[in-house]
Design a protein around this ligand. Sequence first.
Ligand code: SAH
Length: 226
Amino acid sequence: MSFRATILTLYPDMFPGHLGHSLSGKALERGQWLLDSVQIRDFAEDKHRTVDDTPAGGGAGMVLRADILAKAIDHVSVGDDRPRLLMSPRGRPLTQKRVRELAAGPGAIVVCGRFEGVDQRVIDSRGLEEVSIGDYILSGGEPAALTLLDAIVRILPGVMGNDLSGVHESFEGGLLEHPHYTRPQVFEGMEIPAVLTSGHHGEIEKWREAEARKLTAERRPDLLRS
Ligand code: SAH
């Protein structure tokens, strides 16, 4: 069974977006992963198809209504055991570990917020797992959902040409990745580190590991502590 993502959004045309290109796009065409997007507005009941309302207690902006969003979620999730995610800056920051867990499962139902966010009661009653892609605020959950899916799809079996890439990548071994070089041998007077052209695989591995450690210590000492 292929990984299947169902996106709940007010902007279904934003999907598959960049995931329709390159390797993820080819994999989508081949059915190695599946995507459907559902228009939340289709579950509105009034003639203006209203999905939001002013926040209880006052304040700026609008909030996605619990009743309408719940109907949309129930429509796609009854009898479905895929995890239900809500893209949200208040969520647990996304990690490569969580990406791997999700990629190993049947898929995901992903709710994209808009406005000030969604009514808390739908998060609680439908057991939505809030997922953040970083400590900054986007205008909507769609680019966050595309980011999450990008990270998942690229590690699905058969999607990337070379299934071994991924193994050495940043975060996979708890470290940032070592630097890369390719031709030309000399660029603006700078040479490729000699060890990389030495042909000594053991030495190359040692050099890469040492560079990865150095880079991680400089840039992300928090990764070494955890
Ligand atoms: N008022 C909210 C922000 C709403 S932003 C707050 O301060 O917490 C509107 C929508 O964009 C959110 O509902 C969410 O779906 C999405 N979004 C914004 N930033 C995000 C982030 N860092 N990660 C994941 N989703 C995000």
